[in-house]
Ligand binder design. Structure first.
Ligand SMILES: [Zn+2]
Length: 496
């Protein structure tokens, strides 16, 4: 009765689920799903429909688990809109890595075998891990994600059916129609008729809504990104963040702001190929840490008097990620031994000299330089010290020859070890990349000057042992410490 059978290792019990369901608590949105035996549909914790009796509901850890048990998604609360899988599933690194690969490679039909091979384990073992941690097989998890994304596109865009089918990985319209009918008992056209959406958009423009579990410190997220925005590539103004993007040979941009409806980010994407929409929206989710689950983070960090006041005063600080790992690592190298402002000046020069041009109507003028361009660029021209120029070129070459692939990190430790072998990449850069490019919630750059100052520690090793009690959320602790340093000293003085 607690969860689908065989599911263990979950931090919620049914009493917690029941309380959250009866009070429609948004903090639990996406952390579990409710199957109603009478109607055969599954719902989010916040569903506005009248609540069922306890004996008539079943709780599931994921939407895929509810789907595997034969429940259909509710058309009222739209499970496809719930915030994504939170990091508390981090109890299984393999499952988290697998989910990451599923979202990064789009929704390809490579099958469980290919996925398992990439993760370096057997397919049967992977299936067992998925059942234990998510309550559903890898195939159902991938299918549920694909269906949910298709439903979102039907509801929130005016994309033609053929493109919806492609964008959500169905390949052809026939398979797409069949899957939607089987799941929703309605045709895609009927579903679209039920939805209300803006129609003032250009043909290659989309507005998507990304839900998060409250609280969310939007201001501190924007403040952090604003201080580091690369002119021409990124811009922060009027409460929104926007940037240019490139995938393959295609370019576009996106803009993120806080929506008027509760617990939602508004994302406007302009991109010529709708098949990339899933990947783009997944990357934006990670960049803005939409999937984070605040409660366990706060519980842990509040136990330390050093962080208690800051955490209580600013609930919901998120881990700012990045759009592109290579770009972030390059920025991190540019930021070695200079202020944030100094690094931004260098980044602006780098972009003007080596970045592609973008014609967008909103002040974005450039694309961040590609690795193959930087691999052979004369970086001394922009006033970069030889050692840092060398580091950037070594990184660019390693990305070009495929030894490092930020888009497909199957093994975090092996990836970071490879990165560490490059010249000019020290421990600080490694931890910073782990934090912001891999979204590692426990990454911690203990050699960071501002962290040492903020904590009053005299050495990185002293800070390391002080930070032990913040595990597994040391990255969040670092952002609290950085934010408090920024608030007390002003943005421009902040290092890096
Ligand atoms: Zn519902």
């Amino acid at each position: 009765m607690i969860y689908a059978s065989g599911v263990e290792d979950l931090t919620l019990d049914w009493r917690v689920c029941s309380r959250a369901r009866l009070s429609r608590d948004p903090r639990f949105d996406g952390k579990f799903f409710i199957g109603a035996l009478n109607s055969g549909v599954y719902c989010r914790s916040i569903c506005p429909a009248p609540t069922c009796k306890e004996k008539n509901v079943r709780y599931f850890p994921t939407a895929a688990a509810a789907a595997e048990a034969g429940f259909r998604p509710c058309l009222r609360c739209r499970p496809e809109c719930s915030p994504g899988t939170p990091a508390w599933l981090g109890t299984s690194n393999t499952v988290m890595r697998a989910l990451r690969l599923i979202s990064e490679t789009g929704l390809e039909d490579g099958g469980v075998e290919l996925l398992a091979e990439r993760l370096g384990i057997g397919a049967r073992h992977l299936r067992r891990l998925f059942l234990r941690h998510l309550g559903a097989s890898p195939r159902t998890v991938a299918n549920t994600r694909r269906l949910h994304f298709a439903k979102k596109l039907l509801d929130e865009t005016i994309l033609p059916m053929e493109h919806v089918a492609q964008a959500s990985g169905f390949g052809c319209v026939r398979r797409f129609n069949a899957a939607i009918r089987a799941t929703y008992n309605r045709t895609p056209t009927q579903i679209r008729r039920l939805a209300r959406h803006a129609s003032t958009l250009r043909e290659d423009e989309y507005v998507l809504k990304l839900r998060f579990r409250p609280p969310y410190q939007w201001e501190s997220m924007l403040g952090f990104l604003a201080a580091r925005a690369t002119p021409g590539v990124e811009a922060v103004e009027h409460g929104s963040y926007r940037r240019s993007i490139v995938l393959g040979n295609l370019q576009g941009y996106f803009e993120v702001s806080l929506a008027e409806e509760p617990d939602t980010l508004n994302v406007r994407i302009q991109f010529p190929d709708p098949r990339s929409l899933f990947l783009i929206s997944e990357r934006i989710r990670r960049m803005f840490d939409v999937n984070a689950d605040w409660q366990p983070i706060a519980r842990r960090l509040r136990t330390d008097p050093m962080l208690q006041a800051e955490v209580s005063a600013h609930p919901g600080v998120r881990l700012p990620g990045c759009w592109d790992g290579f770009e972030l690592a390059t920025r991190a190298i540019l930021g070695q031994q200079v202020t944030v402002k100094g690094a931004t000046t260098l980044a602006a020069r780098l972009v003007r000299a080596f970045g592609g041009r973008l014609s967008a109507p909103n002040g974005l003028t450039h694309l961040f330089p590609r690795p193959d361009v930087l691999a052979d660029a004369k970086l001394s021209d922009i006033g970069l010290p030889a050692s840092r120029a060398e580091a950037i070129q070594a990184l660019a070459r390693t990305v070009c020859n495929g030894k490092i692939d930020f888009g497909r990190v199957a093994d975090r430790d092996a990836f970071l070890k490879q990165l560490a072998e490059l010249p000019g990449i020290g421990q600080w850069t490694i931890e910073y990349v782990a934090m912001r490019a891999l979204g590692e919630p426990d990454a911690f750059p203990s050699g960071d000057i501002r962290l040492l100052q903020a904590t009053g520690m005299t050495s990185p090793s002293a800070l390391e042992s002080r930070a032990e009690k913040w595990r597994p959320w040391r990255a969040y602790a670092a952002f609290y410490l950085w934010n408090s340093a920024r608030a007390s000293k002003g943005v421009s003085k902040a290092l890096r």
